[in-house]
Design a protein around this ligand. Structure first.
Ligand code: HEM
Length: 460
């Protein structure tokens, strides 16, 4: 039986009880969107706001979420607000594409994320983890690290190895600084955008983000050109990674290849969507385990028996408790805290008539802590995800990877990676949160610890 794990309360902003002005909400959305919602949002099935610029609907009722993400999916496109955050970097890749372009890209990319390909990446993931642990092993016991940065470095290393077999001139330090600039400019809610300013107007955020974007583009273009030349010279010698798969994938319906632009946008999409999210999932899990010693011991006991050679082959046994901890961590700290859509035509959601262009928001942050859906919603209890209890969770109440046709294409990749890395770390180390370190979740497209995660490493 799993012990019920209660105190302490995992770090989260406390939703305010009183109403505030519209301008204040806009300001808070820009500072930290997860802190902008009042207590009512966590207890009502939905919140509908009408304004002269645009209507807004927050949906918390699982059946209504199913309506938006699955049953009437053609009526809900990616919202203007999300496109403003992600399009400058990711263009019209899978994450942002719509209609026929999205359908073509999704069916052509789907085979790359089938289990046989994902499983073939496991040894690369294990190897990257082993290299990080060798670096940690050289540190004295009790050494100080920033666990959030370490996880970012590790998942970036893995995405570079799995997308382009490590053929990359992009140095981690420069790349991570460029990502931070992007997240702190274009990755923040654009108040002028909310007020209706067209996307082409050069705002201070766009001007500040331009050098970071130029840097990513230059690096990626060079990389793709090198690979194209290699495939043209001798296709058999090209490494079996996601870039080769992108350059050679044929549409199962009609045989078309991705265009040069689509290859570029999807390389950017895989690199961005595929490392920050998993790094944050791991960082939050390490934080929670540092706060709940019973769970820490139970995970360590479960992964202790994993055979070294099997680990290097990426062959993990079933790890039900470790998986449950990871799932509970993504409930409390969903790496993608907002799934946002825009209604094309009028519709009715949960009895509410909505107009075309209404912003429809599913916030995994709010949904996963909703008072009507979860018992003790703000507490850490991995037992919720163990067989016997997990079955009672509504499919559309727990959405770390989204749902419906646009569910995360990298879900199996991410789950394999996160479990493997967590198992590798927990076998060897216990991480202690640096006393007094302020832990604060901050939403910038993904959900990261605002001040990093200062921790101490202890060998088991
Ligand atoms: C813990 C890790 C991850 C989380 C929590 C996550 C979360 C999500 C979510 C919530 C969506 C749906 C967005 C929406 O409906 O608007 C999504 C879509 C997507 N994700 Fe992930 N993701 C993760 C890892 C990855 C990885 C490793 C990759 C690729 C290597 C990836 C690539 C994508 C792509 C391409 C889409 C767009 C799919 C489409 O619209 O057809 N993600 N992800």
């Amino acid at each position: 039986m799993t012990p019920t794990l209660t105190a302490p309360r995992p770090a989260a902003p406390v939703p305010r009880e009183t109403a505030v002005s519209f301008l204040r909400v806009l300001w808070e959305l820009r500072q930290n969107p997860i802190a902008a919602f009042g207590a009512r949002a966590y207890s009502l099935p939905q919140v509908h706001l009408k304004s002269r610029i645009r209507d807004f609907l927050l949906v918390n009722e699982p059946e209504n979420i199913k309506h938006v993400l699955l049953d009437n999916v053609d009526n809900y496109i990616k919202s203007d607000q999300v496109q403003r955050l992600t399009k400058p970097a990711l263009g019209n890749g899978l994450l942002n594409a719509e209609g026929a372009s999205w359908r073509f890209q999704r069916r052509t990319a789907a085979p790359m994320f089938q289990m046989r390909h994902v499983a073939s990446f496991a040894p690369v993931m294990a190897e990257a983890a082993a290299e990080m642990l060798a670096r940690w092993d050289a540190l004295p016991d009790g050494a100080h690290i920033d666990a959030a940065d370490e996880m970012m470095r590790l998942t970036y290393d893995i995405i570079c190895r799995t997308v382009f077999s490590g053929d990359v001139t992009m140095d981690y330090g420069r790349m991570s600084r460029a990502i931070l600039v992007y997240l702190e400019t274009l990755g923040r809610i654009d108040m002028l955008g909310l007020l209706g300013l067209p996307r082409w107007v050069p705002t201070p955020d766009r001007i500040r983000a331009a050098p970071a974007l130029r840097y990513f583009r230059g690096e990626m273009e060079g990389l793709i050109e090198r690979r194209k030349a290699l495939i043209a010279r001798d296709s058999g010698s090209a490494p079996n990674d996601l870039l080769t798969l992108l350059l050679t994938a044929h549409d199962p319906e009609g045989g078309a290849l991705f265009s040069g632009r689509e290859v570029f946008d999807n390389v950017m999409t895989f690199v961005f969507a595929g490392h920050e999210t998993t790094a944050n999932a791991l960082a939050w899990t390490l934080y929670l385990l540092s706060q709940f010693p019973d769970a820490d011991i139970q995970v360590a006991a479960e992964v202790f028996g994993v055979d070294d050679a099997a680990m290097m082959r990426g062959e993990l046994p079933e790890l039900p408790f470790t998986r449950a901890v990871l799932e509970e961590s993504m409930r409390l700290y969903p790496p993608a805290p907002f799934v946002s859509r825009e209604a094309v035509a009028a519709d009715t959601v949960g009895g509410v008539a909505i107009r075309p262009r209404t912003s429809v928001l599913v916030s995994t942050w709010i949904l996963h802590r909703h008072r009507l859906l979860w018992e003790r919603p703000d507490e850490f209890d991995p037992g919720r995800f163990l067989p016997g209890r997990r079955e009672s969770i509504h499919r559309f109440a727990y959405l770390p990877f989204g749902a419906g046709l646009r569910i995360c294409i990298g879900m199996s990749f991410a789950m394999q990676e996160a479990l493997l890395l967590l198992a590798a770390i927990m076998r060897r180390y216990r991480l202690e949160l640096e006393p007094g370190h302020p832990v604060q979740p901050l939403a910038r497209i993904t959900l990261r610890p605002k001040n990093g995660l200062k921790m101490r490493l202890h060998r088991r």
